[in-house]
Design a protein around this ligand. Structure first.
Ligand SMILES: [Zn+2]
Length: 397
């Protein structure tokens, strides 16, 4: 016995009585088969309904081996069932699904673009249209046409048609099934084979808004929202814009200009800061050189610096080693240890070999060439030992 699908004739039906025909196991859950149901199973791009059978929550509705399964956590205690469908979820799907028919019809009429696929996600609905290009002007034309169809409040009629009638209808796409072909007609505007649930009149779709588009394999993929989703979306955007207006002390029409100015100012500030930092590091290098004595023709500088960026320390090493006879062993102590060993051109010493010799002390990685070597290690606690060992190796030579 097949389940009678009440949603086909009345998608507005949310409460119904039915009898359990069969209870199947479904993983660690149960699949309830009823003699009749108002629950729509997943299919045709539309997700399943949720709701209740008696007190058991229906978490999923699927078709398996020709049977329509209502998935519940526990077996039902009675074969007599009162079913109730989550109307907010269902009506949302009806708005999005009918909106998709209208939008697909507009793409067909205005741009000769056929709809290759349709997906209804939790937040966004998408369709793939077989066209090569699309502009903002096109978006405006498509949206105007689609929303005019909504304002005209045209009837939406779903019915099974005979083969003969089918041939006489200007179908937007060919049916996938060969019998009991159900046509959804947006009155004298669009004829499309479909098994989903739709609203009674186009006015109930409320609004259609294209959100964005991107190239895809077969054409262009569009994200759009209809009805209550569009209202929620508008609410979210409005909240964001209002928050930005307040932060930027700007009107909504001036936000982009205000952000541009902010970015321009930020770049200038960054440039100035960078120049000042360079100057400070140059002074730091001069002072360090002055303070450090020359022993056996070598000025050996060894410093552990707290919370400095590695780029600053690199620059400091560059300034220091411009002065002849200098060897700079510099470390930054942050979450990890970062280390640079560098020397002036005239000093005859292999910094890479020295670096590699002491690197295991801080469980480090890295390397370089005979003039400069750089790397990092996790053992911040052994940084002093690391630096002392490197210094001693230089002095012993
Ligand atoms: Zn449909």
């Amino acid at each position: 016995m097949r389940t009678e699908r009440l949603y086909n004739d009345d998608p507005y039906l949310t409460e119904f009585r039915a009898e359990v025909i069969e209870t199947l196991t479904y993983g660690d859950k149960y699949g309830i088969v009823l003699d009749r149901t108002a629950f729509y199973p997943a299919g045709g791009g539309q997700p399943w309904d949720t709701g209740y059978l008696n007190d058991e929550k229906v978490t999923e509705v699927i078709e398996k081996d020709g049977k329509l399964l209502h998935i519940v956590d526990n077996k039902l205690l009675s074969t007599e069932v009162k079913g109730s469908v989550d109307w907010a979820r269902r009506f949302d799907f009806m708005q999005q699904h009918t909106g998709q028919h209208i939008l697909s019809a507009c793409f067909e009429k205005l741009l000769n673009g056929s709809t290759d696929s349709f997906h209804m996600g939790k937040d966004i609905v998408s369709i793939e249209i077989n066209i090569d290009s699309f502009s903002i002007d096109d978006a405006e034309r498509i949206e105007n046409m689609a929303n005019d169809i909504i304002y005209s409040n045209l009837p939406v009629i779903a019915r099974i048609v005979s083969g003969e009638e089918l041939n006489s209808l200007p179908l937007r796409k060919m049916p996938k099934v060969t019998e009991n072909i159900r046509i959804v007609e947006v009155k004298e505007t669009d004829y499309s084979p479909c098994g989903g649930t739709h609203v009674r009149t186009t006015g109930e779709v409320g609004i259609i808004k294209i959100k964005n588009w991107e190239k895809c394999k077969g054409g262009i993929k569009f994200a759009f929202v209809c009805g209550n989703r569009a209202l929620k979306d508008y609410g979210l955007y409005n909240t964001i814009i209002r928050a930005l207006c307040e932060k930027l002390s700007a009107r909504d029409s001036e936000i982009v200009e205000a952000v541009d100015k902010l970015l321009f100012d930020l770049r200038n500030t960054e440039k100035q800061l960078s120049a000042s930092t360079q100057e400070l590091i140059r002074i730091e290098a001069d002072n360090t050189i002055k303070e450090c004595p020359v022993v056996s023709g070598i000025r050996l500088i060894s410093r552990v610096l707290d919370n400095r960026s590695i780029n600053d320390v690199k620059l400091l090493a560059q300034y220091l080693t411009k002065v002849p006879g200098t060897v700079a062993l510099l470390a930054c102590k942050n979450e990890n240890a970062q280390v640079i060993f560098s020397r002036s051109e005239d000093v005859n010493m292999d910094m890479n070999a020295l670096f590699k010799a002491v690197l295991p002390i801080i469980d480090g990685k890295g390397g370089g060439n005979s003039r400069t070597a750089q790397g990092g290690g996790s053992r911040v606690d052994r940084l002093e030992e690391f630096m002392n060992n490197a210094k001693n190796l230089i002095i012993s030579k």
